[in-house]
Each structure stands twice: as C-alpha cells, then as structure tokens.
Design a protein around this ligand. Structure first.
Ligand code: B1M
Length: 232
C-alpha cells in the first residue's frame, strides 16, 4: 500500500475519531496537524475551552504518563509541547473576551528551577479571558522576580506554578519572604501545578491551591469580589 492510501484526512473523521487522532498527533508532536484539527473542531461549533481541555490537555496527559514510564524522552515531549502551544495560540484570542470588565491584575510565573510553562500559560490565558490583566513572568522565577513585579505592577494576585516535587517547596520561600517584608496581606497568593494539592497550599500559607485553570479563574473572581466587599 502506498503512503497516500494511508493518509488520514482529518476533516473526514467524526468528532470522536478526530479527538483521538489529535491525541495521537500531539503525542507525535505534529504541530501542523494539531493546528488543522483545532480549526476543524472550531468550525464544527466546538467551544474553544472544550477543544483545549478535551483534546489538547487530555492528549498531554497521555504524553505525561509515557514520559513518566520511560516510553517517551525529553526531545519527544518537547515536540509534543510545541504542538500543544501551536494549538493554544489559535485558541487564545477566542478565549479572551476583549470587552470583559477588568477584574484585577495578576502576575504569574513558574518558580525557580522549573521550566514547565504550558499549564502556567493556560492559566494566564484563561485569566485574561475572564477579564484579569495578566503579567506573565515566564519560567524560573526567583523570589525577587515575583515581589518586584507584583509591586511594580500594582498586582492584586501573585500566581505561582510548579511542576516538580523538587521546585514546589520554593513557593513557601516566596510566601515567607512576603511575610518577612510585611507584605503578605497586600496580595492574594494562588498556586497550582500537577504535584501540588490543597493540603500543600494550606501548609505553605497560600490563599488557595487551584487544581486547573478554570478553578484558578473562579477562585480569583470569588476572592477579589470578597476583598472588594470587605473594603465596602
Ligand atoms: Co517535565 N516532568 N520534566 N517536561 N513534564 C513532568 C512534570 C513529570 C510529572 C513527568 C513524569 O515523570 N510523569 C516529571 C515530574 C516528576 C516529579 O517531580 N514528581 C517531570 C520531569 C521529571 C522533568 C525533568 C526533570 C526531566 C528530565 O530532565 N529528566 C525536566 C525538568 C526541567 C525543569 O523544569 N528544570 C522536565 C522537562 C520537561 C520538558 C522541557 C521536556 C517539558 C516542558 C515543556 C514546557 O513546559 N514548555 C516537560 C513536560 C511537557 C512535562 C509533562 C509531560 C507535561 C506538563 C504539562 O505541560 N501538562 C509533565 C507530566 C504531567 O504533568 N503529567 C512533566 C499540561 C498542562 C496543561 O498541565 O502543567 O499540570 P499542568 O497545568 C495545569 C494545572 O496543574 C494547573 O492548571 C493547569 C491547566 O489546567 N496549574 C496552575 C498549573 N500551574 C498553575 C498555576 C496556577 C494555577 C493553576 O497559579 C494560580
């Protein structure tokens, strides 16, 4: 059989098969195919958030499992991450309602020693979509980076992301430094990342642990509203 006979026409697949194909393509780091499939689902009336979570994030979970199990290695995972970012770039403008009322300002970054940024980017994107101003500090942020940015930007929220068990303790360093400088009450501190949980959030003194981007948005909205009510 020739390659041509094997070629999959994405637009001819039904939604379920297309999502499965996207998970395969993400696994194989096929950026163009991911971009095409994202476009097809949107044309079929899918909500951008569903494309993001049901296809891209779900696909990345499979990549993560095989990375953990030693089936995939860093170069392959980087390719998958590149394909995921390509899909996210298409969805970003659709997730951002330009006329949403401004809710508050957040600085967000991945902590020192950690270069994972897909989840952090997703949170930033969804927060912008919900009407927050977001200043993205990127990866590998030391305590000064968070504190200087939060002060400079007049932020309401400091968001921190960590994907490694070895880097998550650094979040406590940032919170402890805020306390030492008498600035802890100036900001809401929201944290997230795959290895974290609620208990860890409480133990280090964060205002909230956010399981995913949607929870981050809801938590930020609720907490900002409560803060404004308290100020009366
Ligand atoms: Co890394 N990696 N990685 N990696 N990597 C993990 C995290 C790992 C769990 C894989 C595994 O073993 N299964 C494992 C950590 C194990 C551990 O600590 N217990 C791991 C490892 C070991 C490593 C290296 C050490 C590998 C090595 O070099 N030997 C190395 C470390 C580099 C470093 O940071 N110093 C490394 C490198 C990499 C790549 C560079 C190849 C690449 C990153 C590319 C990039 O980000 N640009 C990579 C990737 C892609 C992953 C996995 C496969 C996927 C992460 C991801 O993007 N998920 C990951 C496996 C996994 O998590 N299952 C893995 C999709 C994303 C949408 O989810 O980031 O969880 P997530 O974000 C969610 C929520 O957590 C939450 O909302 C997001 C959206 O819903 N959230 C927040 C996240 N941040 C938030 C902040 C908030 C709120 C919510 O603030 C308010």
């Amino acid at each position: 059989m020739s390659n041509e006979d094997d070629e999959i026409i994405l637009s001819e697949l039904n939604d379920d098969d297309l999502v499965l194909q996207m998970m395969d393509d993400l696994y194989d780091g096929l950026k163009e195919e991911i971009a095409e499939a994202v476009g097809i689902l949107l044309e079929r009336g899918w909500q951008p958030y569903d494309v993001l979570t049901k296809a891209l994030v779900a696909g990345m979970t499979v990549v993560g499992n095989d990375f953990r199990d030693g089936i995939l290695f860093v170069p392959e995972v980087l390719m998958a991450a590149g394909a995921m970012k390509g899909g996210m770039a298409i969805l970003k403008p659709l997730l951002i309602e330009t006329d949403a009322p401004k809710m508050g300002k957040m600085v967000i970054g991945t902590v020192k020693g950690d270069i994972h940024d897909i989840g952090k980017n997703l949170v930033a994107m969804m927060m912008e979509g919900a009407g927050f101003e977001v200043v993205d500090l990127g990866i590998n942020n030391a305590v000064d980076s968070y504190l200087e940015a939060a002060e400079r930007e007049g932020a309401d929220i400091i968001g921190m992301s960590a994907l490694l068990t070895t880097t998550m303790p650094y979040m406590k360093v940032v919170i402890d430094t805020l306390k030492e400088q008498g600035k802890r009450d100036d900001y809401l501190v929201l944290i997230g990342g795959a290895p974290l949980n609620e208990e860890f959030g409480k133990a280090i003194g964060a205002d909230a642990y956010c399981r995913d981007a949607a929870v981050a948005v809801q938590t930020a909205k609720d907490m900002i509203a409560r803060k404004h009510n308290l100020r009366g």
